[in-house]
Write a new protein. Structure first.
Length: 383
């Protein structure tokens, strides 16, 4: 059973629910868990929308823009799949007309999405459909494309790789899974010859992309608690590789880094959990925690450098590094820019379109935002 992370976050914080099967947010009788109001600050960074283009309609977890070269690839639940020029926002191609559950993943040659029926659909560099193949079950995580394969992670805890040219199933890896798992901002990472995937049991896998052999498996966190809800410990966001380090963060768990040059030896761990993921500038990890306090951890030893509580309970997106700042989106469609040095508020921009659930995308030209209404936007940052 997979329930959107918003429901779990509310329940974990002790909010009252009408029922787990509902689609709406929980209401809270406790003001401690209300979103913090926007606070006054002195702007120290200039931010502005460079371009905006509608690529479809709707937004949800499982839909995150991806940059390959100078092209942004994105998809929306309404069925649109698009390639957009990063510099100008010009639409290079648009395809698709059936409702989607996840997308888009691309390596610039092949772009893949997944329909609500679990069908993996691949497009070529001009946006022409080239194949479709059925996944083992539903898919809520964007596909990852590279090393000659298209990879999906299904809701029955499988990782399946399809041949990038033909769509033929190349390999399949399955791990036992918990009774409950999140539907939140999650993405797999591709490095030369390896796929890095976070799993719902708090573990990271490194899988050989040619054979599907699991080369390494490590624990970001262990499940704790008396109930299925309390034991949820999904690895969220995208696993980060920084030099020899591989880092992951889990829901209701912790942040852990491993040294892949030494067989995946655990380097450090901190009890900082997240519902959406993290970003790095090569010196620090930036993580919105379970209460949306943004924290900066030193990459070398995990020691906390600063924390910023001004965005408490604002349901923050996965962050992105943007020049001197780290950016996060919130439930009202605001982008917030915090100083990488001390976490102070530097800038704020309303982009609209409802809650920002897609992870922000850092690019050389600024931050790409996919809004809840299906718009794709580039926000430039300057001193």
């Amino acid at each position: 059973m997979r329930i959107p992370v918003r429901l779990f976050r509310a329940a974990i914080l002790g909010l009252m629910a009408a029922g787990l099967s509902g689609c709406g947010l929980f209401s809270s009788p406790d003001a401690r868990f209300d979103p913090a109001p926007l606070t006054d600050y002195t702007p120290t960074l200039s931010v502005a929308t460079r371009w905006s283009v509608s690529i479809g309609s709707g937004g949800d977890y499982g839909f995150e823009p991806q940059l390959v070269g100078d092209t942004v690839y994105a998809a929306t639940p309404s069925g649109a799949v698009a390639a957009v020029d990063l510099s100008s926002g010009a639409l290079r191609w648009r395809a698709g007309d059936e409702p989607l559950q996840a997308g888009a993943g691309s390596d610039g040659r092949t772009t893949a999405v997944v329909t609500r029926q679990g069908m993996v659909v691949a497009y070529d560099a001009q946006g022409k459909e080239i194949w479709r193949s059925q996944a083992a079950s539903a898919v809520n995580v964007p596909p990852t494309v590279g090393n000659g394969i298209v990879v999906v992670r299904t809701t029955d805890y499988r990782i399946q790789a399809f041949d990038e040219s033909t769509g033929k199933l190349r390999w399949n890896v399955q791990r036992p899974g918990p009774a409950l798992a999140l539907r939140t901002s999650i993405r797999m990472a591709m490095v030369p010859n390896l796929l890095i995937a976070g799993m719902p049991n708090g573990r990271l896998l490194a899988v050989d992309t040619a054979s599907g052999t699991v080369r390494w498996e490590g624990s970001v966190s262990a499940s704790r608690g008396a109930s299925d809800l309390e034991r949820i410990s999904d690895v969220v966001g995208e696993p980060l590789t920084i030099g020899p380090l591989l880092c992951g963060v889990s829901y209701q768990g912790r942040t852990s880094c491993f040294d892949v040059s030494q067989g995946g030896r655990a380097v450090w761990g901190q009890d900082v959990a997240s519902a959406t993921g993290m970003a790095t500038d090569g010196q620090r990890l930036y993580i919105p925690d379970m209460r949306d306090v943004v924290r900066a951890l030193d990459l070398k030893d995990g020691q906390e450098q600063w924390q910023q509580p001004a965005l408490l309970n604002r349901r923050l997106s996965a962050p992105a590094v943007a020049g001197r700042a780290v950016a996060v989106g919130d439930y009202q469609g605001y982008l917030h820019f915090l100083s990488r040095v001390d976490g102070s508020l530097m800038a704020r921009l309303q982009v609209g379109g409802g809650p920002i659930t897609s992870a922000l995308l850092a690019t050389p030209r600024g931050v790409v935002v996919q809004t809840g209404s299906g718009n794709l936007m580039l926000v430039g940052v300057s001193d």
